[in-house]
Ligand binder design. Structure first.
Ligand code: HEM
Length: 180
């Protein structure tokens, strides 16, 4: 996983808590924590950091992944501000992830392997297919919810139990307009 992902997770933890908490998590996870944006690091390091946070807080790892994804999305988006302006709302931004955002990410961060997303319009909103051998479903869910925060909208994301290939998950996404 690209270092930029670790960088935004560090920003999230530092803002929620402080720099010392991040250092404690790195120590508990047994990783050295020197992440440069363009570097590549094992996915296992991110898993260990989230697991360490789960142990420290008593929260379920999936709840933490969702929270981290939600809070990380605006920070990732800040790396590509022109795409946020172009999209204008959460639905357009989310629907740009596969054809515009992640291709841009691949250009900016060589050797990155972002997941694949497919979209189908459904009565509720969108049916989103997420495809990745990493299967970071809860992170993906949080990132989609975070698209709402970016535009002051409420985005609801529910996993569906529809059958999928082993490297896929399907989510039902509703856009509820302006947030509180
Ligand atoms: C401007 C906004 C975004 C930026 C800059 C960005 C950037 C990245 C980067 C650098 C990675 C790591 C890829 C690698 O290391 O190989 C990544 C992974 C990921 N991105 Fe994005 N992303 C953005 C928006 C989104 C959105 C809107 C979603 C959700 C729909 C999303 C879902 C994911 C997921 C789930 C991963 C984890 C890797 C995996 O599942 O295989 N990203 N993204």
């Amino acid at each position: 996983m690209k270092g930029v992902v670790f960088n935004v997770v560090e920003e999230v933890v530092t803002e929620l808590y402080d720099a010392e908490t991040w250092d404690d998590l790195l120590a508990a996870a047994g990783v050295d924590g020197a992440y440069t944006a363009l570097g590549n690091y094992g996915d296992d390091e991110l898993l260990e950091i989230v697991n360490a946070a789960a142990t420290a807080t008593g929260l379920a790892p999936d709840d933490l992944w969702r929270t981290v994804g939600r809070l990380a999305l605006p920070k990732l988006a800040a790396r590509l501000p022109e795409l946020v302006a172009e999209a204008g709302d959460a639905r357009s931004f989310l629907m740009a992830v596969n054809d515009i955002i992640h291709p841009e990410v691949r250009a900016l961060y060589p050797e990155s392997v972002p997941p694949v997303f497919e979209f189908e319009v459904s009565p509720a909103g969108l049916l989103v297919r997420y495809r990745s051998t990493r299967r970071l479903d809860a992170l993906a869910q949080g990132l989609m919810i975070g698209c709402g925060d970016l535009f002051d909208e409420v985005v609801r994301v529910e996993p569906t139990d529809r059958p999928t290939a082993p490297d896929e998950a399907l989510f039902s996404v509703r856009f509820e307009g302006s947030g509180p």
